[in-house]
Design a protein around this ligand. Structure first.
Ligand code: PEP
Ligand code: MG
Length: 327
């Protein structure tokens, strides 16, 4: 297998019926960066910026933040990097931050909620990102967006910082894309209302499914209640793809499931054409893509979205076996 991944490194992720799937990697720390060239991923589809804040002993200053982002962009070269703005709270805590007590931290004051209530930190981070881009293309996305108004408020902070660049005579990014993570189920019902507002949507399936099933993503006792290959989960993901298409908003998925070949096969069958995953998954998922015929897989999965079963994992495994899909 390892040899097969190595051979596939320079081959394109194209299905047997000729559809190109973008395979991006997830990153967050300097040691992740060399994997971009090693795996030949299309780009970084999720850059978890809070990791840099979580490993230090104090809040990094503006210059340190922007030097770090510049290094990331320099390393990526022409490949896109999607920076996810600070996603703190819940399972992601700062060692030097004041710890608030909340009975339900995953459902609490976190991520974009905290950022909009205390915008100084987010504005500072956006400023560092814009300065790091220095006129190059820049992709940003906000975590835990639950409604259109939150997205608009966050985007307004970006506009404010663009105005500041102008005042200081600094260049705006050549191309700026501002997107929303879709990881709170309520946003799945607001996709058409996001038309013309969000430049892209990236599904954070780890949190999305945690909130959808009301099942803690990190609790092994609940693993069976957090089934990515259940008709419930797959139906929701299908809804997201068709709504995003109707709204004209490009959609991708960056949760861990994108890195599991069987799950990735289901995602492509549901209509996803861009995935972002841990670097080590690029090779295995590419082999899956290159052995898949989408038309057949799509028919197979759509027929099973109404199944009364709790999961269609076995059926998908059998499908892959019969069709010769490498999962
Ligand atoms: C997610 O929730 O699916 C996601 C990609 O973000 P994180 O795992 O960092 O919460
Ligand atoms: Mg998340």
């Amino acid at each position: 297998r390892r040899a097969a991944f190595a051979r596939a490194r320079t081959l394109p992720p194209v299905t047997r019926d000729g559809v190109r799937i973008a395979l991006n990697m997830n990153a967050g720390l300097p040691f992740d960066l060399p994997h971009l060239a090693e795996t030949n991923a299309d780009g970084i589809g999720l850059f978890r910026t809070e990791l840099q804040y979580m490993i230090g002993s104090e809040m990094p200053r503006l210059n340190a933040q922007s030097a770090f982002y510049r290094e990331v962009l320099d390393t990526a070269g022409d490949k896109p990097v999607v920076f996810r703005t600070l996603d703190l709270g819940g399972d992601k805590l700062l060692p030097y931050g004041r710890q608030l007590h909340e009975d339900n931290p995953a459902l609490g004051w976190r991520a974009i909620r905290m950022a909009l209530d205390r915008p100084a930190l987010l504005r500072y981070q956006i400023r560092a990102l814009l300065e790091a881009a220095g006129g190059r293309a820049l992709w940003l996305m906000f975590p835990m967006v639950a409604d259109v108004t939150e997205f608009d408020a966050a985007r307004a902070l970006v506009d404010h910082e663009l105005g500041r660049l102008d005042r200081f005579g600094k260049p705006r990014p050549a191309d700026l894309k501002v997107g929303a993570m879709l990881e709170v189920p309520s946003l799945a019902m607001r996709i058409r209302a996001m038309a013309g507002r969000a430049d892209f949507i990236s599904v954070g399936s780890n949190d999305l499914l945690q909130f959808y099933f009301a099942a803690d993503r990190g609790n092994p006792r609940l693993a069976g209640r957090y089934e990515r290959l259940s008709p419930a989960a797959l139906g929701l993901l299908r809804h997201i793809v068709t709504e995003a298409e109707a709204a004209g908003i490009p959609v991708s998925l960056c949760g861990e499931m994108a890195g599991r070949p069987l799950e990735a096969m289901a995602l492509v069958a549901l209509g996803f054409r861009a995935l972002s995953m841990p670097a080590a998954a690029i090779g295995p998922v590419k082999l899956m893509v290159r052995s898949l015929t989408i038309a057949t897989a799509e028919r197979f999965i759509l027929d099973r979205l109404t199944s009364p079963a709790a999961t269609i994992r076995r059926e998908l495994e059998e499908f892959a076996f019969h069709e010769g899909v490498i999962v």
